[in-house]
Design a protein around this ligand. Structure first.
Ligand SMILES: *[C@@H]1O[C@H](CO)[C@@H](O)[C@H](O)[C@H]1NC(C)=O
Ligand SMILES: *[C@@H]1O[C@H](CO)[C@@H](O)[C@H](O)[C@H]1NC(C)=O
Ligand SMILES: *[C@@H]1O[C@H](CO)[C@@H](O)[C@H](O)[C@H]1NC(C)=O
Ligand SMILES: *[C@@H]1O[C@H](CO)[C@@H](O)[C@H](O)[C@H]1NC(C)=O
Ligand SMILES: *[C@@H]1O[C@H](CO)[C@@H](O)[C@H](O)[C@H]1NC(C)=O
Length: 508
């Protein structure tokens, strides 16, 4: 059988099938037609049929198709072979083949049909931009004889021969942050924790005098209320998972601080321990960490009279001691704001920031089992928060300043040195996070939009990437669940917000 004959037969069979078929999903072979497994009708355009066997498609016209319009093949991104035969195509609009990313063969019966499109490109109107990536790929890979196409732009691409340009895959992939959920709870902090298969967030909500625990709903894809631990002016709410128990440390401005434990039978948090707060008068932040398999946390005190205090977990039922007990008093008479635990070259450090002096570094002494003063981080003052992060194995600190510039410091030659300053009027938080190999910083603002910065691999600095709006943001916490990436932002004066980090393919 000649190929023409095969083709004609296929066409006849196809017309028969197509009459009643709407889409691949509702595929039902009409009576009077015979359907084979590999004959899949993928799409019907107005008066046009596309006939596909695997990824080889033929475009037929029932009557007299003269134009192939924009996005004619949308929904068929994996189409590899396209034969446009027996048509009287007169016009192919500019974006007709848009989205055909995998196209490797394009043939037209009418010798002119694709050429009429490419003629435009030779007329120097071809922009070498992500929108046209699919066509650039096609032009590079095609075996069809196409004369040289030159870029009409943008910028320094102008005049370059398409075949001389690299088109690395992924070049046209970007990301974005979009609003996903807003939660009508004002919060000072948000601590995300995972337990078994589930994700929770514990929010310190001073206005409603509680620590609100929310649970991620895997079906609705949002956070919903789980429990409400009531207190008095709750300023901190932090989880610790010890031996299959969920504990939540709740610090308050009044009425002392307590630890709650999740009670499986009651399905809620119940009071577990009242912690000693001898020298604490104004708790600000809680930092939880482990050293040599022992659990510790620091309550940072922001009053002049108070002392930031280190607590250690003790489990000695014979001495009636199961809980956290104060272990060491740190940093006297300074208005501490934040603590960050860092491990570096096998040593453990604690960095404390303060409103009234430069940040200080404490080193864990493995023989005395106490933190000892190690040094200051000079040239940075009045820091409200400190967060550590790593990029390509290097250690960095993000220091938030409410007045003046926030700073990025890098650990080099056994000290922290400033590498970047970010203008940050009214910032209470500069939070580093990483999603799918991209490093970001979220810089809050009490007066304006918060900003997301993106790490630039070449300059090794952060660049402004996106504005997001949260009223008086106090924390940004990254959470990955159901293979999606989110940023949870607490808001001191408005709604707490969840943003999703989405992938954007600029070539579509
Ligand atoms: C172009 O032709 C060569 C040699 O026949 C073949 O190996 C290659 O796969 C063809 N390219 C495409 C995109 O079909
Ligand atoms: C938590 O409970 C307290 C007391 O029952 C209530 O006043 C408060 O509004 C609740 N908070 C939230 C966020 O539901
Ligand atoms: C901290 O509290 C303890 C226990 O009350 C007390 O003995 C100690 O003197 C206090 N330290 C300071 C520096 O106030
Ligand atoms: C432990 O605490 C319980 C209840 O508070 C008390 O009855 C008991 O005497 C205590 N035991 C010791 C060894 O202190
Ligand atoms: C740890 O403390 C001991 C005893 O005070 C001291 O001899 C030692 O030098 C300290 N180690 C470090 C690394 O500072």
């Amino acid at each position: 059988m000649t190929s023409t004959r095969q083709w004609l037969l296929a066409s006849v069979a196809l017309l028969c099938v197509c009459g009643a078929v709407e889409s691949k999903r509702n595929f039902k072979c009409p009576s009077g037609c015979s359907c084979t497994k590999e004959s899949i009708i993928s799409k019907i355009l107005t008066e046009v049929f596309i006939y596909c066997v695997f990824f080889r498609c033929r475009l037929l016209n029932a009557n007299s198709l003269t134009t192939i319009k924009d996005d004619a093949f949308s929904g068929l991104p994996h189409l590899e072979y396209l034969f446009i035969e027996g048509n009287k195509i007169e016009m192919i609009t500019k974006n007709a083949f848009r989205g055909l990313r995998d196209l490797t063969h394009l043939k037209c019966a009418q010798p002119d049909c694709i050429m009429s499109y490419i003629r435009d490109l030779r007329g120097n109107s071809f922009q070498c931009i992500c929108d046209n990536k699919w066509l650039m790929m096609w032009l590079k890979n095609t075996n069809a004889t196409v004369s040289d196409v030159f870029c009409a732009g943008p910028g320094d691409m102008k005049g370059k021969r398409l075949n001389d340009l690299p088109i690395p895959p992924g070049e046209c992939i970007s990301t974005d942050f979009v609003r996903h959920q807003s939660i009508s709870i004002q919060s000072m902090s948000a601590d995300i924790f995972a337990f078994k298969e589930d994700i929770y967030v514990a929010m310190a909500a001073p206005d409603s005098n509680s620590c609100v625990v929310m649970e991620w709903d895997h079906i609705e894809m949002n956070f919903r209320k789980f429990d409400n631990i009531t207190g008095k002016s709750v300023v901190g709410c932090k989880s610790v998972l010890i031996d299959d128990h969920i504990l939540i440390i709740v610090t308050q401005l009044f009425g002392g601080s307590h630890i709650y434990k999740f009670d499986n039978r009651q399905n809620k948090f119940t009071k577990f321990q009242t912690i000693e707060v001898f020298n604490i008068s104004k708790p600000n932040d809680i930092e939880v960490f482990q050293m040599d398999r022992e659990w510790y946390f620091v309550i940072v005190d922001s009053s002049k009279a108070g002392l930031s205090t280190l607590y250690k977990w003790s489990d000695q039922p014979d001495r009636n001691e199961t809980g956290f007990y104060s272990y060491q008093f740190l940093h006297e008479w300074f208005r501490d704001t934040d603590a960050e635990f860092v491990e570096l070259d096998g040593k453990s450090y604690l960095i404390l920031t303060s409103r009234s002096q430069s940040p200080v570094i404490y080193l864990w002494n493995k023989s005395t089992l106490k933190f000892i003063f190690h040094g200051e981080i000079p040239h940075v003052d009045d820091v409200v928060a400190v967060k550590a992060f790593r990029v390509e194995g290097e250690l960095y600190l993000a220091m938030t300043c409410y007045i003046g510039d926030s700073k990025i410091l890098k650990w080099t030659n056994k000290q922290f040195t400033e590498v970047q300053a970010l203008p940050s009027r009214g910032a209470m938080i500069l939070q580093p996070f990483t999603f799918t190999d991209k490093h970001y910083l979220a810089l809050g603002s009490d007066y304006s939009f918060s900003q997301i910065y993106l790490w630039d691999v070449e300059t090794k600095t952060f660049h402004k990437f996106k504005d997001i709006y949260v009223q008086s943001p106090r924390s940004f916490t990254a959470v990955t669940t159901d293979r999606r990436n989110f940023i949870f932002s607490s808001s001191f004066k408005g709604k707490s917000m969840v943003f999703e980090n989405i992938i954007v393919d600029l070539s579509l």
